[in-house]
Design a protein around this ligand. Sequence first.
Ligand SMILES: [Zn+2]
Length: 479
Amino acid sequence: MKKIGFLMFLFVFIFAFPATGQAAGGGTSIYLNGEALKLPSNGQVQNVKGNVMIPIRVVMEELGFDVDWEKRTRTVTIKQSDTTIKLIVNQTSATVNGKKATLSIAPMLKQDTTLVPLRFVSEQMGLTVGWDNATKTVYLITPNNGNGNGNGASAGPGNADSGSGVTQPVPAPGANPDLASVKGISFDANRLIIAVDKNVTANAFLLSDPDRIVIDLPESKFDESFGNNQMLDAYFNGFMDINDYPDVTKVRYSQYSDSPATIRVVIDLQQAKNYSLINSNDGFIIVDLNVDQTIPPRGNGKPLVVIDAGHGGTDPGAISVTKKREKDFNLAVAKKVENLLKKENEIDYVLTRSTDVFVTLQDRAKLANEMKADLFVSLHANSSTSSAASGVETYYTRKDSLPFAQVMHKHLVQSSGLPDRKVRTQSLHVTRETTMPAVLLEFGYLSNKKDEALLYTEKFQNGVAQGVVSGIKEYLGLK
Ligand SMILES: [Zn+2]
């Protein structure tokens, strides 16, 4: 079976090309009736909490609406045929043809430019708005274009299972600290994984016509960072298309209800499917579709390898001599390892993160233990106060990890071409608290000019990713 990324499904540009260092919103493209809009390259188009914000100049010049800016009252008036929208900077209340409307995000001033929420403005003007999370692309379709669905009323596929099929704008459940925060949702290797920061007892049930598995998370909201990595529209809806697994077509999610605050995740199926719900831990909720008749939590019989990209989110890891972040290197290598593992039919795998998200060390180890993984590989780059330090190291903690560490290290040395700083033992959380053979690889020194220059090249990353996979295969006795 094919597998796609874990934890946060989509990784933003920045990780594929860490050297460009673009902000998340910088990678956004906008198409109007299939034509790419010319967007300013100075980062004015921004993705703020899942809302694409655009400068009013783009509204005027590219969307072709009339725009008026009144500096004194900080009011933007946008007009087209018989619709007039009035927006005020830093206010979520707006008017459309004199009627009150509420924005999910207020217009903002950035570098003397007024940014307005693209979805709101477009939908009020009757455009249909679509969003492809994988490519960070907004698709706008004017009413007389496209395939006749241009009523602009709703984003369509993003709506989670409301039963009625009608999108209800649900206000954000605010900053209630008692609610659990959903940090990410992914579908990977035939299992849905929801990362959540508190203990949530999810409720899952199978519905038919169409066949789907519905998972409700009580007392939950989307984490503020959720929209940075995954699609979340103004109505707190999102979805991802699943192409790699034949039984599943789509995963949808939404803030289903505001009171009580409930997040609903729906797995759209081709046909009814058995599943097991793993809900015993507080870091992840897992819905595993790999169950035919075997025992949960996983039943495909293949060895399961956890690939753990170190650091992430608020934790950048080491900072390199040219100010690059370790977390970006780690994730780039993890994604390359993932792409190689996709081609291995005899290995099942899971990534502890596949976007720039903070995951605690406890959750990383717990995920591996809960899933009864067979191997655990943590990916890191090192740093030293001595700029001369250079080379690769493999760390392990428990004795039963040593044979795995030796095999992995051999491949690490070969594939990196860097000095051999040996297999070492140290008490590190992830290699200590996991229950399977576990190693932590240091791919070189970000504090060393020569190592650092190598580490951020595609060639080096591809090479060491191949080394990781070769080591795993050798240890597992696979050809
Ligand atoms: Zn590290």
